[in-house]
Design a protein around this ligand. Structure first.
Ligand code: FPP
Length: 251
C-alpha cells in the first residue's frame, strides 16, 4: 500500500472527485442495516479529507447524495439526512482546525430545512479558510446541473445579456455550479462499480478514472494515496501525441 512519502508533491492533481460507493453492501455483508454502512462511511470521509489535506490537494469533491438518491426508501433518505446534520455539526471544529473551506454543489433548496441550516452555518464559518476546499455534492447530478446552466443561459440570451455566437466552453462553464473550481483531474470510484452515475458530466471530460474494489466504509488514507500514485503514473495527453506532451514538459 502507498505511503504519503511515496507521492511526488510536485505532481498532485489539483482536484480529486470521489464517488463514494458500497456502504449498503458493506453493511449487508456484516448482516447489518444499510444505514449502519452509511454511518461507517463517515469514517472513510474523515480519512479521505485528512489524506487530501496532508498532501496539500486544493480541491476534493465528494458525491454524498445524488438527485436519484431521493428515490431510495424513505427510511434510508431520512437516515442519510440526519447523518448529514450530525456529521457536519460534529466535524465543524475539525474542519476549522484543519483550515478546510467547505462548499456545496447541488439543489440545496430540495434538502430539508434542518440540513440547510447546519450546512449554511458550516459554509459561513469555514469560508475564510485557505487550505483544502471540500466540496459536498448534495442533491446533485450532472444532468441537473447542465440543465440548470442551460436555463440560466437561455434567460441571459432572452434578456440580451448574452449573444449565442459568443458562447464558448469557457463562457458556458460560468453557468455551472463548479465555475469557481478547476475540473477534477482524478475521479475515484469505490466498490468495484465501473460507472459515472450522473456525476460531474461536463467537468470530468479529461479526468483520469480510478476504480477500486474497496467498499467505501473500508476506504482509508492508504487507499487514497494508492489512487494518487496511480494518477502520477498516467500520461495525460489531452488529445495530443506522446512526443508532443513529453516535449512540452521539458520546455
Ligand atoms: C453510496 O453507497 C453512498 C451514499 C449514497 C451515501 C454516502 C454518504 C456518506 C458516506 C455519509 C455522509 C457523508 C458526508 C459527506 C457527511 P450505497 O448506499 O449506494 O452502497 P451500495 O451500492 O452498496 O448499496
Amino acid at each position: 500500500m502507498a505511503t504519503i512519502e511515496s507521492i511526488n508533491k510536485d505532481k498532485l492533481p489539483s482536484h480529486v472527485a470521489v464517488i463514494m460507493d458500497g456502504n449498503g453492501r458493506w453493511a449487508q455483508r456484516k448482516g447489518n442495516s444499510r444505514i449502519f454502512g452509511h454511518k461507517n462511511g463517515v469514517v472513510a470521509v474523515r480519512e479521505t479529507v485528512e489524506a487530501a489535506s496532508e498532501l496539500g490537494i486544493k480541491y476534493l469533491t465528494l458525491y454524498a447524495f445524488s438527485t436519484e438518491n431521493w428515490n431510495r426508501p424513505r427510511e434510508e433518505v431520512d437516515a442519510l439526512m440526519s447523518l448529514l446534520i450530525v456529521t457536519i455539526e460534529k466535524e465543524l471544529e475539525s474542519l476549522l482546525e484543519n483550515n478546510v473551506c467547505l462548499h456545496v454543489i447541488g439543489d440545496t433548496q430540495s434538502l430539508p430545512k434542518s440540513v440547510q441550516k447546519q450546512l449554511f452555518r458550516a459554509l459561513d464559518k469555514t469560508r475564510n479558510n485557505t487550505g483544502l476546499n471540500l466540496v459536498l455534492a448534495l442533491s446533485y447530478s450532472g444532468r441537473w446541473e447542465i440543465l440548470n446552466a442551460m436555463k440560466k443561459l437561455a434567460s441571459d440570451v432572452r434578456k440580451k445579456n448574452l449573444e449565442v455566437d459568443d458562447l464558448s466552453c469557457d463562457s458556458f462553464v460560468q453557468y455551472l455550479t463548479t465555475s469557481e473550481y478547476p475540473d477534477p483531474e482524478l475521479l475515484i470510484r469505490t466498490s468495484g462499480e465501473y460507472r459515472i452515475s450522473n456525476f460531474m458530466l461536463w467537468q470530468i471530460a479529461y479526468a483520469e478514472l480510478y476504480f477500486t474494489e474497496v467498499l467505501w466504509p473500508d476506504f482509508r488514507k492508504e487507499d487514497f494515496f494508492d489512487a494518487i500514485l496511480d494518477f502520477q503514473k498516467r500520461e495525460r495527453r489531452f488529445g495530443k501525441i506522446s512526443e508532443q506532451v513529453n516535449t512540452e514538459s521539458v520546455n
